[in-house]
Ligand binder design. Structure first.
Ligand SMILES: [Fe+2]
Ligand SMILES: [Fe+2]
Length: 200
C-alpha cells in the first residue's frame, strides 16, 4: 500500500480538540458528502456492476457513519450545519480529468487518498482524545478508532477498484500525481476545526 506525502501535525489535533463541537458539525457534513459521492457511481457508471456493487457498500458505510455522527451531535445539543463548500475535495476534483475513463480513474484515486487522510486523522483523534478535555473522551476515542479502521478499509476498496479497471502502470503513474497534489492542497488550506483543513 502507498503512503500519504504530508503528515498532519499536532497543531491540527489541538485545533480540533479545542473546538470539538465545530469539528463535529463539519465531520457530519463530510460523512454525508462521502456517501453521496459513493452513491453517484451507480448513476454515472451504470454499466459497471463490480464498481456499483463496491461503491454501494461504501455508500451504506458512509450513511451509517453520518447517522452515528448525527447522534453525537444530538447528544451534545448540536444541529447539522448548512451545506458548506468543502475546499479540499473541490480543489482535488478541479485537477481531475473532466470526462471518460480517465475521469473514473481520477475519481477512484481521489476516493482512496481522501479515505486515507480520514483514516490518518481519525486515528490521531482516537489517540489524543483520552488526554483532552472533551467528554466522554474514552467513548469518543473508541468511535474514532472504529472510523479509522473503516476508512483504512475504504482506502483499499477504492484502490482495488482502480486496479480492477485500469492497468497497474497507469494507476501508479496517476497515483503519484495525486499524492503530490493532495499534499499541496492540504498545505495551501488554513488550519481550522475541520476534518479536511490544512495540515497545521
Ligand atoms: Fe466515513
Ligand atoms: Fe470512509
Amino acid at each position: 500500500m502507498y503512503k500519504l506525502r504530508a503528515d498532519t501535525s499536532d497543531d491540527w489535533v489541538d485545533c480540533v480538540l479545542r473546538e470539538f463541537d465545530a469539528f463535529l458539525v463539519d465531520h457530519a457534513a463530510c460523512e454525508r458528502k462521502a456517501g453521496a459521492a459513493a452513491e453517484h457511481y451507480a448513476v454515472r457508471y451504470h454499466d459497471k456492476p463490480q464498481l456499483i456493487d463496491t461503491t454501494l457498500t461504501l455508500a451504506e458505510d458512509e450513511l451509517a457513519h453520518f447517522h452515528k455522527v448525527f447522534r453525537w451531535l444530538r447528544r451534545r445539543g448540536l444541529q447539522l450545519g448548512p451545506d458548506r463548500r468543502e475546499p479540499y475535495v473541490n480543489e482535488l476534483l478541479e485537477e481531475a480529468h473532466s470526462s471518460g475513463q480517465r475521469r473514473l480513474l481520477d475519481r477512484l484515486l481521489i476516493g482512496s487518498v481522501t479515505e486515507y487522510r480520514g483514516c490518518e486523522r481519525f486515528a490521531l483523534l482516537a489517540r489524543h482524545l483520552p488526554e483532552s478535555e472533551v467528554e466522554p473522551a474514552d467513548e469518543l476515542a473508541e468511535f474514532y478508532r472504529q472510523l479509522a479502521a473503516d476508512d483504512s478499509r475504504h482506502r483499499t476498496m477504492y484502490f482495488e477498484l482502480a486496479h480492477h479497471y485500469f492497468d497497474a502502470s497507469h494507476v501508479e503513474e496517476r497515483l503519484d500525481m495525486w499524492l503530490d497534489t493532495e499534499a499541496a492542497v492540504l498545505e495551501s488550506l488554513p488550519l481550522e476545526p475541520r476534518l479536511f483543513s490544512g495540515v497545521g
